[in-house]
Design a protein around this ligand. Structure first.
Ligand code: EPU
Length: 430
């Protein structure tokens, strides 16, 4: 097992290139099941969630050819129905296989989704939508088993009781090849929803209104091949901006769509960082301590929950007291106990954290509890005085491509190294 070792306290300086969006890629790759032809998908992030997903697709008979480091040709032409293996259940996005397989084959048996432990993560809205479209669905033995009555789904009017990214995209997948029109009301509006719609439309689907809260999908009989480039990852970009804000510095975050980052850059500016929008890049410059600010997470275009731990780390080093409200997930403050080991002063009460800024954090051995919590801990390590060791980094590798190399390019002292055996024994006994 490996860990990150960070010698903190260095200002960050330089440029970082942002990879393709994880939460778009994990829906667009299974969307290739719907395509009767070959799709070239570019800007695929090199992260472990994507590796696992592609392995599952290969095992199910998809032909996947590597074009270059971030581009693949995927062909699911003439594919017969195959069940995904249980390993797929390790990632949250396994649920997109339900919509894609039901849409293409009229059946799906998919392991219940895993993913980060950030609260109860039901998929009732996904299943409600697919039931309305004519699917019979049972959950048994840890699998979702779905069958379209008559072999093909039909269009339906679906109102989502909660604004759900996953349910919106899953219903779009299921609806692309369904008979007739599907309307999704109270749909999520995240950039990756628009990206999935653009991918489907590039392959011949008819999806309208993505990016608004009403999406209409006019089912077509077939999708054809084509090529598509995944959007840049807004959360990866936000994470580097937060790192520069917490540790101090002058960083150019390249290859981004600044308007996708607006809620993040506006908050960093409110905290005293200088932000410059350069069209396809954002520059951040910070001098001196940040100021406190209140943050509430919300569906897009609100402040993203996937940036909450990183912004809390910035606020832990800001002047004054901030209140952070987590309004999407019910248990996304678990990492606070790790930040406390580094000297942060944060009180959590349910979905609210009161963050009293301190002058400095100090290095410690801390754990990445989940993907974004792990990113937050790394940011704390970069800003802290002394050495921080971050364990359980597999969580971070699920969603950040080349984190160590990218941070080193910004002048950070960070390396990945084996955890010495005696420490591992100690840890497993703890
Ligand atoms: N919800 C329901 N029923 C459902 C679906 C969701 O009650 O059927 C609730 C959830 O419990 C939650 C809220 O609705 O309280 C929003 O959940 P959503 O469905 O939007 O989340 P998700 O699709 O499972 C995706 C991202 C998460 C990100 C959320 C919110 C993927 C694979 N995951 O999850 O990303 O936090 O949207 O933006 O796209 C991450 O990248 O670190 C991550 C956790």
């Amino acid at each position: 097992m490996t860990q990150f070792v960070i010698c903190g306290g260095r200002r960050m300086q330089g440029e970082v290139e942002i990879s393709g969006a994880k939460n778009a890629a994990v829906a667009i790759l299974p969307a290739a099941f719907l395509v009767d032809g070959e799709c070239r998908i570019e800007n695929i992030p090199q992260i472990s969630d994507v590796t696992l997903l592609l392995e599952s697709m290969r095992d199910m008979g998809a032909h996947i050819r590597t074009v270059n480091r971030t581009a693949m040709d995927i062909s699911c032409q003439a594919l017969a129905y195959h069940e995904p293996g249980p390993a797929l259940g390790e990632i949250r996005a396994s649920y997109y296989f339900i919509g894609a397989l039901l849409g293409r084959f009229g059946e799906a048996r998919v392991p219940m989704p895993g993913g980060c432990d950030i609260g109860v993560r039901p998929i009732d809205q996904h299943l409600k939508g697919m039931r309305a479209m004519g699917a019979e669905i049972r959950v048994e033995g840890g699998f979702v088993c779905a069958q379209a009555r008559g072999g093909r789904l039909h269009g339906a009017n679906i109102y989502l009781d909660v604004v759900s990214v996953g349910a919106t995209m899953n219903i779009m997948l299921a609806a692309a090849l369904a008979r007739g029109k599907t309307v999704i009301e109270n749909a999520a509006r995240e950039p990756h929803i628009v990206d999935l719609a653009n991918f489907l439309n590039a392959m011949g689907a008819d999806v309208r209104g993505a990016g608004t809260s009403v999406i209409r999908v006019f089912g077509v009989d077939k999708l054809h091949g084509g090529s598509y480039t995944i959007i840049p990852d807004q959360i990866e970009a936000g994470t580097y901006l937060a790192a520069a804000a917490a540790a101090g510095g002058d960083v150019l975050v390249r290859g981004v769509i600044p308007r996708h980052l607006f809620s993040i850059t506006a908050k960093l500016a409110e905290m005293g960082a200088e932000i410059i929008d350069l069209g396809d890049a954002v520059r951040i410059h910070t001098e001196g301590p940040l100021h406190c600010a209140n943050v509430k997470t919300m569906p897009y275009p609100g402040f993203p929950t996937d940036m909450q731990p990183q912004i809390v780390t910035c606020l832990a080093l800001a002047e004054g007291t901030s209140v952070v409200t987590e309004d999407v997930w019910d248990n996304r403050f678990k990492y606070v106990s790790e930040l406390s080991k580094m000297g942060a002063k944060i009180q959590v009460d349910g979905k609210t954290a009161v963050v009293e800024g301190v002058e400095k954090l100090s290095g410690a051995t801390v754990k990445a509890c989940d993907l974004r919590a792990g990113a937050a801990i790394v940011i704390a390590g970069l800003a802290a005085q002394g050495v921080t060791r971050v364990t359980d980094i597999h969580h971070i590798q699920r969603g950040y491509e080349d984190l160590v190399a990218k941070l080193r390019g910004l002048g950070a002292e960070i390396r990945e190294e084996e955890i010495p055996e005696e420490t591992e024994v100690g840890r497993s006994l703890a």
